[in-house]
Design a protein around this ligand. Structure first.
Ligand code: NAI
Length: 719
């Protein structure tokens, strides 16, 4: 293009229509940041001044539209004043795109395929109209609050105008993106079309819009839908708006417990814009962004984001993985059926599910079908895809169909002998390169592998419940596990959509081992007089997704009792719990599964309030007040100390793995960044001191791991 030197964009003008395609140089995806602004300004100069250009299609040359901010750039933003200025400057540039239609009469149509997130959606919002593809990959959203900041390219001001305040609050505060169908419904896009015709339709709409009056983005039909009118009525009067903001704030605080300042600031910026006008709103947005990007909460969330990005490239070992197209699963219970579902849905594998009897097979297959049907109903899958996914899973009570599996995942009862005998049977019916993975939650893999004639193929693949939702997979290797087997398990886990860490073998591996003290210390606190509500409430307020006692009910108190023995045998006094715990089983309290635990459950298994009869049933006296901070300190430090032992013993190979696994597998507060990130923030010295005083009051179980003492002494950080 004569006179235009562009690095990150493709630019073409044909018959008065300019097609601008973002194409960030040297990167697989488009991101927004200072790097592209030079080109952006050059393009705007041209679009504004070239009288031969009458309309514009704004699109991407990559497989996504634009995935968000270049968050590597976030780290350079240390001075709030400078950041605020930079954001304001960028916004003026963005305003010019919006003004192409408003001031220059040149309509702009954004043609969107793939991810259109963060700055991508903010850019698309500047267009006169948005058209998206119906592709599964297409999603539009503002995920910034998940990184502890708010959108700084105008979304807090423009989104409410486009989709209404309620929908804007939902998109920005939850960070959850909208798929094409919902984007159309809320008026975020005007049309949804197949990918093949996206550009043609966009060009046609852009040409049609030349000289036409400015139109809203929602289609007329959607705009007149009763729900839209109702929400507008509410949003257009001050009383209604006040109610709306108050409700949104209450809902947000119930979820964030005040731990996520970005959500609060985003809500405030939207409110300022609505009440005081767009300029005040823009100014607030820039100021809040500058403040938020340097908060510890945002830094922690950014660290998790970076780590998960990095782990996408993780292969486990340098050995190439073996291809897995058919997987055999032993046990179709809670875990096995969940693993079967993810295997067919995410990995697209053929699955052979083995159970003890026909009833077990039926239960397992019914679970898969329920999950798939749910997805079809929610339109995440087309009906024929759902049918294919269900048909890929078949059941058996014998070994038929195991002759050509590539991987076997075992999820039968937590019983060493049972697992060993199944392993031997599997080896009798499968070839020498079939990986045998156990989903045991506590038994050392080497113990299971003792029964194997080819221990190099044996490892652990530890999933979390519910498997369909939980993002982590912990792969456990023994000294004998072959590299190719590890790589195969890692690659397969990734194809199931999981973030995978590889840990060394040992009782409880990493996750079970650190979740144990989380629950155990909660039991000690009950013994000391704290109420169930106080303990769970304190930890949820600290930021855990599920309080320790509720978690115990969910997992099953009988399962807990089994693991207790294993943990105490391996680690002694540090893992011992209070004696009264055994009486839970005597009182037939298994947790949610038999609707009898620390909480009450209705006939359908829905949890109610705390079952107050539990205290006397296990011989505990009346409840008394224990300060919230003490509860939080005891439980959090018990868990963090155990994480440190795991690093010290080489169970985990890096603090980063330990952080990601705790956040993704166990619901450790994301805004604290994981156990090790948190220790770095608090200071290892302070942590050791607090553990020391807890040990003096409550016993040896709080004795600090050496690695914590070393860090306290040297002042070194874990991350
Ligand atoms: P579950 O009791 O729901 O399912 C076990 C299934 O295995 C049952 O359906 C049973 O009929 C079947 N089974 C027993 N013997 C069998 C055999 N010889 N052949 C085929 N199937 C057989 O138990 P769940 O919760 O699914 O646990 C399974 C394994 O996963 C255990 O090792 C457990 O420790 C582990 N685990 C459990 C987690 C949880 O949250 N429940 C989390 C992570 C691991």
């Amino acid at each position: 293009m004569p006179g235009m030197e562009l690095t990150h964009f493709q630019f073409d003008v044909t018959d008065g229509l300019a097609v601008v395609a973002m194409d960030k140089a040297g990167e697989p995806v488009n991101t927004i940041g200072p790097a592209i602004f030079v080109d952006f300004a050059t393009i705007l100069d041209r679009l504004e001044s070239d009288d031969d250009i009458h309309a514009v299609v704004w699109t991407s040359a990559k497989k996504d539209f634009l995935v968000g901010a270049d968050i590597g750039w976030f780290a350079s933003l240390t001075d709030p004043g400078e950041t605020e200025d930079m954001v304001a400057e960028a916004r003026h540039l963005l305003d010019r795109l919006e003004n192409l239609h408003l001031e220059h009469g040149k309509p702009v149509v954004a043609a969107i395929d793939g991810a259109c997130l963060g700055g991508g959606l903010e850019m698309a919002m500047l267009a006169s109209m948005r058209i998206a593809t119906n592709s599964k990959r297409t999603q539009l959203g503002q995920p910034e609050t998940r990184l502890g900041v708010l959108p700084a390219g105008g979304a807090t001001q423009r989104l409410p105008g486009l989709v209404g305040i309620a929908a804007a609050l939902d998109l920005i505060l939850t960070g959850r993106p909208a798929r094409p169908r919902r984007a159309l419904k809320i008026g975020l896009v005007a049309e949804v079309v197949p990918k093949e015709v996206l550009l043609d339709v966009a060009k046609k709409r852009a040409t049609e819009a030349i000289g036409a009056p400015l139109s809203g983005s929602a289609s007329v039909k959607e705009f007149l839908a009763p729900s839209h009118l109702q929400s507008l009525a509410l949003e257009q009067n001050p009383m209604g708006r006040r109610v709306l903001f108050k409700k949104a704030e209450e809902k947000m605080l119930a979820e964030t417990k005040g731990n996520y300042p970005a959500q609060e600031r985003a809500l405030e910026a939207i409110r300022i814009g609505v009440e005081e006008g767009r300029e005040a709103g823009f100014a607030a947005e820039a100021r809040f962004f500058a403040e938020l990007v340097i908060t510890p909460e945002s830094k922690a969330l950014q660290s998790i984001f970076f780590a998960t990005q990095m782990m996408k490239h993780f292969t486990g070992t340098a050995a190439p993985p073996r291809h897995v197209s058919k997987v055999g699963i032993l046990g179709g219970g809670l875990m096995g059926a969940g693993i079967a579902t993810t295997s067919t849905l995410q990995a697209g594998s053929t699955v052979r599910l083995k159970e003890v009897d026909e009833a077990g097979v039926r239960r397992g297959l019914a679970h898969v079908e329920r999950q798939v049907t749910g997805r079809v109903k929610r339109r995440r899958l087309r009906p024929f895809e759902g049918e294919q996914a269900t048909n890929r899973v078949t059941g058996t009570t014998d070994w038929s169909g195991f002759g050509n599996v590539d991987l076997v995942i075992e999820a039968v009862f937590e019983d060493l002998e049972l697992k060993q005998s199944l392993l031997q049977e599997v080896e009798g019916v499968t070839g020498p390169y079939v990986v045998f993975a156990s989903n045991t939650s506590s038994i050392p893999i080497a113990d299971i592998a003792r029964a194997s004639s080819r221990p190099e193929t044996v490892l652990g693949m530890h999933y979390f419940s519910p498997v369909e939702k939980m993002p982590l997979l912990e792969v456990i290797k023994t000294d004998d596990t072959a590299d190719w087997a590890i790589s195969t398990a890692v690659a397969y886990g990734k194809s199931q959509g999981k973030t995978v860490i590889v840990v060394n073998d040992g009782t409880g591996f990493y996750t079970t081992r650190i979740v144990w003290p989380y629950g155990n210390e909660a039991m000690f606190l009950l013994g000391d007089g704290a109420s169930v509500e106080a303990v769970d409430g304190a930890m949820e307020e600290w930021g855990f997704s599920v309080g320790p006692i509720r978690l115990g009910d969910e997992v099953g108190l009988d399962v807990g009792a089994k693991i207790a023995k294993v943990m105490v045998d391996a680690f002694g006094v540090r893992m011992e719990g209070p004696q009264w715990r055994q009486q839970l089983a005597e009182d037939n309290r298994l947790g949610r599964k038999n609707r009898r635990g620390f909480y009450n459950y209705d006939d359908k298994g829905k949890r109610g309030g705390v079952d107050d009869t539990v205290y006397s049933a296990v011989g505990l006296g009346p409840r008394q007040e224990i300060p919230k901070a003490e509860i939080q300190e005891r439980i959090a430090l018990a868990m963090v100390n155990e994480a440190a032992f795991c690093l010290q013993e080489g169970i985990i190979t890096s603090a980063m793995d330990g952080d990601i696994a705790a956040v993704m597998g166990l619901g450790f507060p994301p805004f604290r960044g994981g156990p090790f990130w948190w220790v770095d923030q608090v200071g290892a010295g302070t942590v050791v001191e607090k553990l020391g005083s807890l040990a003096a009051r409550h016993g040896e179980r709080f004795a600090a791991a050496d690695i914590l003492r070393d860090h306290a002494q040297s002042g070194a950080n874990f991350r």
